[in-house]
Design a protein around this ligand. Structure first.
Ligand code: 13P
Ligand code: SF4
Length: 322
């Protein structure tokens, strides 16, 4: 509508005026992903968001996603201004892994290599030997296992359990979960598969093991998008945030995408197939963060001492993935 078009036009002008670029995750609303595409920004998974932000020459990054993505951008580019539509957009995995408790867990297992998921605070990353995202976690753990390393993994128990099963590595797992992926229901997915016997099932590995077991493809958001393109099936059942349908449908206009079942809908369940924190990234909030005289309510700051430490395992991941 008119108001949206108005916000978009203003955002485009502000991006130019501020020498800023929009870096968006696949789970944000379709209009934000489209805007990032139109303005030469990026829409991608958390690994590519990190790389794009680091390598892009713009002075300012506006990160549409959740807080750990903004912090990662700032850690990798301390000289850039990093803005977010709202600093309230967190992640249940980040919340489920407080730095002090995590540090005590590491202290209790000094002989373990510490591998943390990108969905964590800067303070938790600062304590890690490696940061991983779901795109590269399996390869990095395989590599560490081949060197005979014992691994302390945090925070996602489902992703950790999946990697543990795949690699057979010696892993100690922190026990947090993503509130969105934890909601996919096994029995209902079985029923849906029976209803659509021709469909392939795509699953993000933050989902419970019983859901992963039913998958034809398991992977990060970008890997699931690739699977949607390469699998021959015309119908795909997707167990991840529904924001991903924008890119899947754009790349596969002739295919049909069906949301994997959760117990409720948007009205009864705050986190059913859509992350409530990703949903905070509206056009209005992006406009406000770019137009604000005072950047404080939108600007990401990371304690420089923590950032210096967290940069090491983050760059280790980017170098490994290169
Ligand atoms: P990806 O790295 O697969 O984009 O996942 C990020 C995330 O938060 C998934 O819930
Ligand atoms: Fe965190 Fe889950 Fe939201 Fe991803 S979908 S940002 S893991 S709460």
């Amino acid at each position: 509508d008119d108001q949206k078009a108005d916000y978009k036009a203003r955002i485009k002008a502000l991006l130019k005026a501020r020498d800023a670029v929009l870096v968006a995750h696949y789970y944000t609303d379709p209009e934000i992903q489209a805007l990032a595409e139109e303005t030469g920004g990026c829409v991608s998974d958390s690994l590519e968001m990190a790389r794009f932000g680091k390598e892009h020459p713009a002075k300012t990054l506006i990160v549409a996603g959740v807080k750990f993505m903004g912090e990662t951008a700032k850690i990798l580019s301390p000289e850039k201004t990093v803005l977010m539509p709202t600093l309230e957009a967190t992640c249940s995995l980040d919340l489920g892994c407080p730095a002090e408790e995590f540090s005590a867990f590491c202290d209790a297992h000094p002989d373990h290599t510490v591998v943390v998921y990108a969905n964590t605070s800067a303070a938790v990353k600062a304590r890690a030997d490696w940061v991983v995202t779901s795109s590269i976690a399996l390869e990095i753990v395989e590599h560490l296992d081949s060197e005979g390393k014992k691994i302390l993994w945090a925070p996602d128990k489902h992703l950790g359990g999946y990697i543990n099963k795949k690699t057979g590595a010696d892993m100690l797992l922190w026990q947090s979960a993503c509130i969105v992926h934890d909601e996919f229901k096994t029995r209902a997915l079985k029923d849906m598969k029976a209803l659509y016997p021709d469909a392939a099932v795509l699953v993000h590995p933050e989902s419970p093991a019983s859901i992963v077991e039913m998958a034809d493809a398991v992977g990060s958001t970008s890997q699931l998008i690739k699977a949607a393109q390469t699998l021959p099936n015309k119908r795909l059942i997707v167990a991840t945030d529904r924001g991903i349908f924008y890119k899947m449908q754009q790349l596969c206009p002739d295919k049909e995408f069906v949301e994997a079942p959760t117990a409720g809908d948007g009205a009864t369940c705050r986190s059913c197939a859509h992350c409530p924190w990703m949903a905070m990234n509206g056009l209005k909030a992006i406009y406000e963060s770019l137009s604000a005289e005072q950047l404080q309510p939108h600007e990401i700051h990371v304690d420089p001492a923590l950032a210096d430490k967290a940069m090491v395992p983050l760059n280790r991941m980017l170098d490994f993935a290169a």
